[in-house]
Design a protein. Sequence first.
Length: 232
Amino acid sequence: MRLRTILTIAATGIVGAAGLLVAPLTFAAQAPGNACPDVEVIGARGTTERPGLGVLLTPLAQRLTRDLPQTVRSTAVDYPASFNYTASVRQGVTSLAADVRQTAAACANTKFVLAGYSQGANVVGDALVGSSVRGRAAGQPAIPAALSRRVVAVLLFGDPTFTAGEDFNVGDGTRSGVFPRGAGRLDAFADRTQSFCNRNDRFCQGGTSLAAHLDYAKFLDDATEFVAGRLG
């Protein structure tokens, strides 16, 4: 069953990428690459999207860059986002944690916004609290507590590990996803997290609708407002 679900995620990613990869991958003015930004947005794209931030996180990063008074730098997690789901997520977790460590070592005051769509949301959650795979030891978070305290906001869209009933859930999805993380696993980040999930989404609800899984651009204003509030 798990293999079938992973293959379905992969196949859906192809459909989504083919139909939606029209958003520009350029950004508004950002913090210079050789300077320390006030905020670094680190984003993990969905399955089979081409390298970069993808069709949803690209406009999110653009809005944050445009609307926040702080200087912003955007970084895309370098990982396969591939059919080989479990291994791909694992590589994404390692890459995301390395991005955080690299910036944190060079920029003592930079804060982080972590964002993920679909498989990328799974990556973000695993990096913060350990593996979501049931029947396997969760292990240690890839981002240690000393650095995770600098994460000011976590934005998850269409997360396959979505768990019903969490206080940070947003949208009309009321069921758990195909790989539910489990109640309370993200409690340490609850006040910093928004997890957006549409009713009947094929992955964050275990539903039947691909259209629902592709319909998260409507939440970009809400996500931007949440980050602005978290930054004060």
